[in-house]
Design a binder for this molecule. Structure first.
Ligand SMILES: [Zn+2]
Length: 379
């Protein structure tokens, strides 16, 4: 079977076609008005370039933005859960602007398709389900500039990936899946260190499909989240020691966290579809923060779409633990025993132990992973 044939058996990108907005540097970029991007906008730009945000080709125009905020759909009816917008102070004069990084280096041109006012409170209420500025996503939104600038982008200078060895565009993960003969692939992300509970659910999912894409988010997160470098090292040692090499791929997901809970779960799933995943793991409180979202909100929101509309299939998981009576990892779905029989440690307790150089019980963390975390907490 040729690679092409196998590749055709992978799930289609969202909207049917993988977008590529990379291109060569046009003449006269130096003369264009410049718009400096924030780090989140830079993540979005890179994902627009690679097709991770297919079918989007640029920052959203008003009709797409309104549709997404109102009912989680682009103007053409395709599901889409979160705005991908570029905030500016004023509408530029020319037809094109240069988009730059923080040091002023032009990375892309944007073909201006108008600028529009937007209602921050309404976006917060609809997308984050709160207008509380203590919410990190809402705060970021409130701090933004007052207009959204729409337009298709052409990226001629890709940002240096934070983890070059894990940098894979959707076309590359798709090629890697095809090469391994995978058709059904489950994607998994967490912004937390990976413990036995995550290992259990990824392996449970993997039992039913061909391959597993461990796809840690490496864009901006809150300052109190565990740094990406530490998380990535945890995945590396876990996969090396406990997963069959020909069934798992670890690659970086360059998105920034928005902490939009349920809507972000949909958005994360759609992005993974573009990377070639047919399934996506959604745990409890996916992409949540504080107590803004109910435990199962990020799973329930998938019911608002017909299965064929999203294409990618969510796999819902409960919180997992080791049960001493069952003698195995389990969840409330599969274990009838009480909390006293479960090996459970709070996040605070785990951090405390690691900070003191103590290994958590082997039923909770693999020792190789715990060692990585101990070094990180002590360094
Ligand atoms: Zn049990």
């Amino acid at each position: 079977m040729s690679t092409t044939t196998t590749e055709q058996q992978l799930i289609e990108p969202h909207g049917g076609k993988l977008i590529d907005r990379t291109g060569s540097r046009p003449d006269g970029v130096e003369g264009l008005e410049q718009v400096e991007l924030t780090s989140r906008e830079l993540s979005d730009l890179d994902m627009l370039a690679s097709g991770a945000l297919s079918p989007l080709e640029g920052f959203m125009a008003r009709h797409d933005y309104e549709g997404v905020v109102d009912n989680m759909r682009l103007a053409n009816g395709l599901p889409w859960a979160l705005p991908v917008c570029l905030a500016v102070d004023r509408e530029p004069d020319g037809d094109q602007v240069a988009l730059t990084g923080p040091d002023g280096t032009p990375l892309a041109v944007l073909d201006v398709d108008g600028a529009y006012e937007y209602d921050k409170e309404r976006e917060a209420e609809r997308c984050f389900r709160t207008t509380d500025d203590a919410h990190p996503g809402v705060k970021r939104l409130y701090d933004q500039k007052p207009l959204y600038l729409a337009g298709r982008v052409t990226v001629f200078e890709r940002a240096e990936p934070s983890f070059p060895e894990l940098a894979m565009d959707p076309a590359e993960t798709r090629a890697a899946f095809a090469e391994r003969g995978w058709k059904r692939v489950v994607g998994f992300q967490t912004r937390n260190p990976i413990h036995r509970a995550h290992e259990y659910l990824t392996k449970g999912a993997l039992e039913t499909v061909d391959g597993l894409l461990i796809h840690p988010l490496v864009g901006d997160t809150k300052s109190d989240d565990v740094p990406a470098a530490t998380r990535v090292e945890c995945y590396r040692v876990l996969v090396e020691n406990y997963y069959p090499a020909d069934r798992v791929l670890v690659a970086a997901f360059p998105a920034a966290m928005r902490y939009a809970g349920p809507r972000e779960a949909i958005w994360h799933a759609i992005c993974r579809k573009n990377y070639g995943c047919s399934h996506f793991i959604v745990g409890r409180d996916h992409a949540g923060v504080g107590d803004y979202y109910g435990t199962y909100d990020a799973q329930l929101i998938f019911d608002e779409f017909e299965p064929h509309e999203l294409g990618i299939e969510p796999m819902f998981f409960e919180h997992a633990f080791f049960c001493k009576v069952c003698g195995s990892m389990a969840t409330p779905k599969t274990c009838p025993h009480g909390g006293d029989d479960h090996v459970f440690l709070s996040g605070t307790k785990v951090r405390e132990m690691l900070g003191e150089g103590q290994l958590p019980p082997a039923e909770f963390s693999r020792p190789e992973v715990a060692e990585v975390l101990i070094r990180a907490y002590r360094g």
